[in-house]
Write a protein that binds this ligand. Structure first.
Ligand code: NAD
Length: 374
């Protein structure tokens, strides 16, 4: 069983799909590990560290030769997989809806492409879930990015020259990223409030010492769909939410938006008119910018200014903390493959519940029901 680790080539991608720690763990399961030269450089891991953990280092062609499983953070360009064995597995974040042509090309190569973002949201798969591990650190980084752009302090400070008041932070969307954003803003001493369409998050907001801001007594308020994800809300709810947000947002210094709905564009939560009511110097971070954006005027990959308010739209926020996000991503991949490791066969054998959920291609065809029903 040979496992190859690719060097990422997407612009701005700094993460890597294995660390010396997971290389060692795979070797202890009996695998031979081959790491593409320079794969860990942008995540502060030198080739020597992989070699010391027991991996061989080589060119892409060398690591791909005879590889049974290929690990990546993002899906590699199919043209760069020349020489990959038919039937080999490719486990990575493959963006299946956004990169459909690529999935077809993986099928044509005869490989089994496994999309880690299709991991089912079940208890036993929590440790394998790249969306959770990466969102968690994105929520943290969003608050630091906001603090970096904000020309004022976060905590209340009493100084000989007078008092600096605490920043007011409002988090919209309290999933994994939002919860971490609340916790981080609290640690920095801000006054934090938060909102979501799923009423179950109210308790979580309170437990982190923040104030819940919720639409009450409106039809279509059950915002929770399958797998704990949000659903699209009724028009009545959207109007009530907009009114509530308008009155609250004008008093906020920092807003962090994280709202996503799987398979649909991100919901629009903040309009240009609402931004105009904020105090100049305020900062909005739109973590959903690459999914269409929660904030009117947000631009992916840029920090723009509207009405004196900075709107931060960094792309690929997990990559901005590449050392830690790589460590967690790598453990997600190891937890996934090792959970199914068959000692006799010396390789992982997936079960139907998880295997059928993540497998996109097999035997030269696209086989994933979520893609086939598109
Ligand atoms: P997500 O990234 O899909 O969305 C972020 C948040 O935005 C969600 O809380 C969603 O409800 C919210 N949102 C959507 N539309 C909104 C709107 N119009 N206004 C305000 N908020 C809106 O969510 P996520 O971070 O992936 O987490 C969703 C839930 O799934 C959480 O409860 C999380 O704990 C759970 N989860 C479970 C597992 C598991 O069991 N393996 C793994 C990951 C997450």
């Amino acid at each position: 069983m040979r496992i190859a680790v690719l060097r990422e080539t997407a612009p701005g991608e700094r993460r890597v799909a294995a660390t010396p720690e997971t290389v060692k763990k795979f070797i202890s399961l009996g695998a031979a590990m081959a790491v593409e030269r320079g794969a860990g450089n942008t995540a502060s891991i030198a080739d020597d560290a992989y070699a010391a953990a027991g991996a061989t280092i080589g060119s892409r062609a060398e690591v791909l030769a005879d590889a049974d499983i290929v690990l990546g953070v993002a899906g590699p360009d199919p043209a760069s997989l020349d020489g990959i064995k038919s039937g080999a597995w490719l486990a990575a974040g493959l963006n299946p809806f956004g990169e459909r042509a690529r999935v077809d090309a993986y099928a044509a190569l005869g490989i089994e492409a496994l999309a880690m973002e299709f991991m089912p949201r079940i208890t036993r798969a929590q440790s394998m879930d790249i969306l959770s591990s990466q969102s968690n650190l994105s929520g943290y980084k969003a608050v630091l990015d906001a603090a970096g752009e904000y020309g004022r302090a976060f905590p209340m400070m009493m100084t000989a020259a007078g008092t600096v008041s605490a920043a007011k932070v409002f988090v919209m969307g309290v999933g994994v990223a939002g919860l971490q954003a609340i916790a981080t803003a609290r640690r920095l001493g801000a006054q934090v409030s938060a909102t979501d369409v799923r009423s179950a998050t109210k308790e979580q907001i309170l437990s982190l010492g923040a104030k819940p801001i919720f639409v009450e007594n409106v039809a279509g308020i059950e915002g929770e769909g399958s797998g704990g994800y949000a659903t699209e809300m009724s028009d009545e709810y959207k109007a009530a939410q907009a009114a509530l947000v308008s009155s609250h947002i004008a008093k906020q210094d920092i807003v962090i938006t994280t709202a996503l709905i799987p398979g649909r564009p991100a919901p629009r939560l903040i309009s240009d008119a609402q931004i105009a009511t904020m105090r100049p110097g305020s900062v909005i971070v739109d973590l959903a910018v690459e999914a269409g954006g929660n904030v009117e005027g947000a631009v992916a990959g840029e920090v723009v200014e509207r009405h004196g308010v900075k709107i931060v739209g960094h792309r690929n926020v997990p990559s901005r903390l590449a050392a830690d996000t790589s460590a967690l991503f790598s453990r997600n991949l190891f937890n996934f493959l090792s959970a199914f490791w068959d000692k006799e066969a010396g390789k992982p054998v997936l079960d139907a519940e998880i295997g059928d959920a993540v497998r996109l291609t097999q035997g030269g065809k696209v086989v994933n029901p979520r893609l086939l029903s598109q």
